[in-house]
Design a protein around this ligand. Sequence first.
Ligand SMILES: Cc1cc2nc3c(=O)[nH]c(=O)nc-3n(C[C@H](O)[C@H](O)[C@H](O)COP(=O)(O)OP(=O)(O)OC[C@H]3O[C@@H](n4cnc5c(N)ncnc54)[C@H](O)[C@@H]3O)c2cc1C
Length: 420
Amino acid sequence: MKAVIIGSGIGGLLTSSFLAKNGYEVTVLEKAPYVGGRFTNLDYKGFGLSTGAFHMLPHGEDGPLAYLLKLLGANVTIVNSNPKGRIFYEGKTFHYRDGWKYLSWRERARAMKLLADIKRNKLPEGEEAETSGREWIKEKIGDNEFVDLFIKSFLGWADSVLDVPAGELAREIKTVLRWGGPGLVKGGCKAVTNELARLTREKGGKVLTRKKVVEIDPDEKKVITADGEEFSYNVLISNIGIKETVELVGRGHFDRDYLRRVDSLKPSEGIKYNVALRGESRIGNTVVFTLDTERINGYNEPSSINPELAPKGYTLIMLHHALQSRNVKAEQRKGIEDIYRIFPNLDVEGEILLIQTYLDGNPVNRVASGQVVEDFSIEGVYIVGDAYRPPGGIEVEGIALGVMRALEKLGLGTFEGWYP
Ligand SMILES: Cc1cc2nc3c(=O)[nH]c(=O)nc-3n(C[C@H](O)[C@H](O)[C@H](O)COP(=O)(O)OP(=O)(O)OC[C@H]3O[C@@H](n4cnc5c(N)ncnc54)[C@H](O)[C@@H]3O)c2cc1C
């Protein structure tokens, strides 16, 4: 059986590794000169920045991605964060547990009950599931400013949006309760994607770069690249986005209802700031959720467990916020003001190395959390990657859940207990 995979992002490579392991004749076609998409390292002035991610897995060693990596026997080390999170509020940074003091006794009791309900799978349904997640939390716990700022900051950091439907928020909380908080990858993002490319090749698969697919012919079951080469397939995995795949197949192959649903999908967009600070590690392996800020939603320190990601004597900080308007300059100005709020001595201690803006064709997520178009309607074609994350799947953990679904449809495993 021939499998062609379009795109060598983490979604494409995860799938190609499983297909190659199961005896498929695999070819990965990647338009860029490198593999990994938005999940690989980017060398910049001696720092190990990244093409996208913060070198972090949302559920660390215990989430669905780590599970799939284990099944593949991948040589990747993930170090769980400790503590799972910290909070920057009222000018101070503290352990997330100390945040409970900002809730009244009544609010605490209601919050505990809500968490217990979510754990027991009592999740919002029907109309309630579609309402604003932040409004739903207010209704359940009370109109508490600290809680709302925390949820906003969590969503801005984890999903690069400032609100999601209640059904999605409840599932994301459920996954955090079940699989725990984040973890950093030893060696950064490229340690995962390079290893997956290696595993694909080890089982006889081909991973070809500078191969841009410009057409999918679902009748002849072949794809055509910009340089005119043709690759036939029995199974086609598309890692380039659902809208983009529809365009390559040709809109004429889909019914109006399906196209309407695909056209309504919205991406999540955001800005990442890479900051170099002189001296020792500042926060260690954790995430700081920033509540006292106008734009920045959170930050981490990838060099805390990966000293090689910063030159000697420096540490690397990555800060992020969801995009709130299309005025990118104004957004960046506000983001920078926040950075000075968090690191008041920045001019003495270091510098902002690089600001990376993710929107339009290069977003944070091609389909923002809380929206899913179920099956791709062309036989033999499957979508993987951040355009297809089942509910509750945060970032690459959601990509892993989507890959599980694709593998199940291909009869290559069952992952029943995994879907939130
Ligand atoms: C600022 C930022 C921070 C993030 N932080 C985290 C984080 O810490 N943890 C986390 O889990 N996630 C994080 N994410 C999200 C995560 O990086 C992405 O969701 C994930 O990398 C997307 O992987 P993918 O496989 O879906 O797509 P991609 O990585 O985009 O891969 C798609 C590949 O397809 C190729 N391609 C496109 N068109 C064609 C074509 N026509 N022919 C051939 N090849 C083609 C592209 O070049 C690309 O290599 C972050 C994202 C951003 C932007």
